[in-house]
Ligand binder design. Structure first.
Ligand code: NAD
Length: 509
């Protein structure tokens, strides 16, 4: 595997400052939080974390703004999101720089993340004229039934490090056109891109004359998130992150009868059948498993391959893995950047030790790289492991580029293995057999929120609803009718007759 040379922390600090300056953010250095880069593993700046008072003020401002925003016509709310989308377009390159510096994404994926933000703004602007309710046939003469949709209130957005900007935009663009206001608690590992996004939205707010409290940013760790979780003024908590986080957040929000939208961990698999086109499957598998250094919620973690083609496929994947350039994500030739931290690398090594003890065989990759050039950083070769059983470690999400390869004999067995994990986010099948594809997509097939054919598990478009079942939390964000999670519906019965007709033929008086 080739290695690309790393930049210095000083270079990265200067590049981050330049990007922030172009966007218009003046970073005030402070204490309590560190902006850090996984490219070298070193700190860039000290920043101030939000205090309890800041959190209180942010929620109060968002609640006050909601009282105006909820009655602003939805297409006018869309004007704000249209302007936000334009500003994201204007600053795409600078924003992508910050994603690379803080999350370690290669340039093409960082630009893709910002494009996804632009796409959801376009979608939300259209949505602002399509918040449709139904008219329902009434059983009573002279009556009409209607369903209307109203804004919910303040939405607390808690986001993860690996999509530090896009997840915010999926929530915020849709919440804003729905008439909600937003308080955002981003990952403590990605404060700079958060400051940049907040600044651009604040600029759009000012330019279109929206209430300034429609959006507030709170930098800090989980303690700041917990304040939002427990605050009864926060109508919806939309939280993206690990299943561990969701297990803590979900019950706390439910205890106060708040709403939550949970987007949690995945353990995504692809089934490769004997008829699969391997020329298509191999690059799709490598992108899904090794892309973003295995740090997408939709990363391909399990490959379930028909026994008859397993050796051939593993051989081809091993050859492809051997060619993966690892290193500086700003270098156009690099395909695999760093893991977010040495702790993540330790978790990867721990999983590999466990799987080997359980009989797994590492067939490609798995070594740490660039440790001399950047001892605080965590670069690792994506790894392929052949396993004979779906043991406990295989059933867990290890947030690193480990692909476990299992074999099967019948499609029923493959689907059973596929679904036999706690998570239910993304899935795919590689086949040229229409019957196999349809079975996989049917009610008896994949149990995930995303089920694909002849394409990998990662890289969703914004037009569809995004989310998963079981330990993935059940939430849906982004496109389709995910907007309904950000609104409340009311059923209206309107009597335009002069008679009092009771439903179900009840007579009274
Ligand atoms: P994480 O769970 O460590 O943190 C996510 C966010 O939750 C952070 O902002 C953190 O400060 C906050 N947080 C943590 N505990 C909290 C608590 N008890 N109360 C309130 N807030 C709390 O996750 P991470 O390491 O940043 O991200 C990786 C994880 O996120 C992976 O498991 C990945 O699969 C998942 N993820 C899921 C999706 C999805 O859409 N399903 C998308 C991206 C990432």
């Amino acid at each position: 595997m080739t290695r690309t040379a790393l930049p210095t922390t000083d270079d990265l600090r200067a590049r981050a400052r330049a990007a922030l300056k172009n966007i218009g953010v003046d970073v005030a250095e402070g204490a309590g939080l560190h902006a850090r880069t996984p490219l070298t593993g070193e700190d860039l700046f000290g920043l101030s974390a939000a205090t309890d008072g800041d959190t209180e003020a942010a929620v109060a401002a968002a609640r006050a703004a909601f009282l105006t925003w909820r009655t602003t016509p939805a297409p006018r709310r869309g004007e704000l999101v249209r302007r936000m989308g334009q500003l994201l377009r204007d600053h795409k390159s600078d924003l992508a720089d910050l994603v690379t510096i803080e999350a370690g994404k290669i340039r093409s994926e960082a630009l893709g993340e910002i494009q996804e933000m632009i796409d959801i703004c376009d979608f939300a602007v259209g949505l602002s004229r399509q918040l449709y309710g139904r008219t329902i046939a009434s059983e009573r003469p002279g009556h009409r039934l209607a369903e209307t949709w109203h804004p919910l209130g303040v939405v607390g957005v808690i986001s993860a490090f690996n999509f530090p900007a896009a997840v915010w935009s999926w929530n915020t663009a849709v919440a804003l056109v729905c008439g909600d206001t937003v308080v955002w608690k981003p990952s403590e590992r990605t404060p700079l891109i958060s400051l940049a996004c907040d600044h651009l939205l604040a600029r759009a707010v000012e330019e279109v004359g929206a209430p300034s409290g429609v959006h507030r940013l709170l930098l800090g760790d989980r303690a700041v998130g917990e304040k939002l979780v427990d605050d009864p003024r926060v109508a919806l908590v939309s939280a993206t992150g690990s299943t561990r986080m969701g297990r803590e957040v979900g019950p706390r929000v439910a205890a106060r009868f708040g709403r939550s939208l949970l987007e949690l961990g995945g353990n995504n698999a692809a089934i490769v059948t004997p008829s699969a086109d391997l020329d298509l499957a191999v690059p799709a598998i490598v992108f899904a498993a090794a892309g973003t250094a295995g740090q997408r919620c939709t990363t391909l973690r399990r490959l379930i391959v028909h026994r008859g083609i397993a050796d051939t496929l593993v051989e081809r994947l091993t050859a492809a893995y051997a060619e993966l350039p690892i290193g500086n994500p700003f270098d156009d030739t690099t395909l695999v950047g760093p893991l977010i931290s040495v702790t993540a690398l330790d978790a990867m090594r721990g999983a590999l030790t466990r799987v080997q003890a359980e009989g797994g065989e590492i067939v490609a990759g798995g070594n740490r790289c660039l440790a001399e050039a950047a001892p605080e950083a965590a670069y690792a070769e994506p790894v392929l492991v052949r396993v004979t059983e779906q043991t406990d470690v295989v059933r867990e999400e290890t947030f690193a580029p480990i692909l476990y390869v299992l074999t099967y004999d019948t499609l029923d067995e493959a689907i059973a293995l596929h679904n036999d994990v706690p998570q239910g986010l993304s899935s795919s099948i590689f086949t040229r057999d229409q019957q196999e594809a349809e079975i996989f997509l049917s009610a008896a097939g994949s149990d995930c929120g995303i089920a694909n054919v002849n394409i990998g598990t990662s890289g969703a478009e914004i037009g569809g609803a995004f989310g998963g079942e079981k330990d993935t939390g059940g939430g849906r964000e982004s496109g389709s009718d995910a907007w309904k999670s950000y609104m409340r519906s009311a059923t209206n019965t309107i009597n335009y007759s002069s008679e009092l007709n009771l439903a179900q033929g009840v007579s009274f008086l």
